[in-house]
Design a protein. Structure first.
Length: 218
């Protein structure tokens, strides 16, 4: 292996559970009881499915921009002081020490991603960061990962993607990468298939153990 490529939301910081809680709270005003199953469908990709669902199920007219603004404001309150998911920084340190290249591929905006990376003091670990501004289509389309491996100067088979969502897994596999799934509380019940390894958290196995595991099953 020559590189690891991280997703961001839900993988580095568990923002997904916060977004779910915020949408669930705001949508009560629109007479919608948002379920975890419905919300999990949009994790890691466009929110078109979610807003189609709201439009179909709410008897109260809504403005998408106003609704998004309410949710975003509530997210900032609920997120408070963000924390890295368990052992994320251990993996970054291990990759750096062993000479692996480190990339990031996220369907979110560059300002959102880089803001948190800098706040958590891990921005400098990443040689390549690809976000929605860099591609025509986001996950589950593979373009984010294809752009990342091109920028890192490696082949897809030489990289491991770390993902928490089904849309992320699909994107990584379509791009030809190995993919390790590390679900969070929002995505844990999704049906994942065709992954290389599943972890409850990065504390379950060291990065060295993950790479050794993948080398055995190749």
């Amino acid at each position: 292996m020559k590189a690891i490529i991280f997703d961001f939301d839900g993988l580095i910081i568990d923002t997904e559970s916060v977004w779910f809680a915020a949408y669930k709270e705001v949508l009560v005003d629109y007479e919608i009881q948002l379920t975890l199953d419905k919300f999990s469908e949009v994790v890691g990709t466009h929110d078109d499915v979610l807003f189609s669902y709201i439009e179909e199920n709410s008897s109260i007219p809504f403005d998408k921009e106003i609704l998004e603004s309410k949710v975003s404001a509530l997210v900032q309150v609920k997120l408070g002081e963000p924390v890295l998911r368990e052992s994320v920084e251990d993996y970054l340190k291990a990759a750096k020490q062993t000479g692996l290249k480190i990339g990031l591929a996220s369907s979110s905006s560059r300002a959102w991603v880089e803001g948190f990376l800098k706040q958590m003091n891990i921005y400098d670990y990443f040689e390549v960061i690809k976000t929605k501004e860099d591609v025509l289509d986001i996950k589950p389309d593979p373009e984010l990962y294809l752009k990342a491996i091109e920028a890192l100067g490696i082949d897809a088979t030489e990289a491991i993607a770390f993902e928490d969502s089904l849309n992320g897994l699909l994107a990584a596999r379509k791009a030809g990468l190995h993919c390790v799934i590390v679900p969070n509380s929002v995505t844990a019940n999704l049906v994942f298939e065709d992954y290389s390894l599943r972890l409850s958290s990065m504390a379950e196995k060291s990065l060295e153990d993950v790479i050794n595991h993948l080398s055995i099953i190749e």
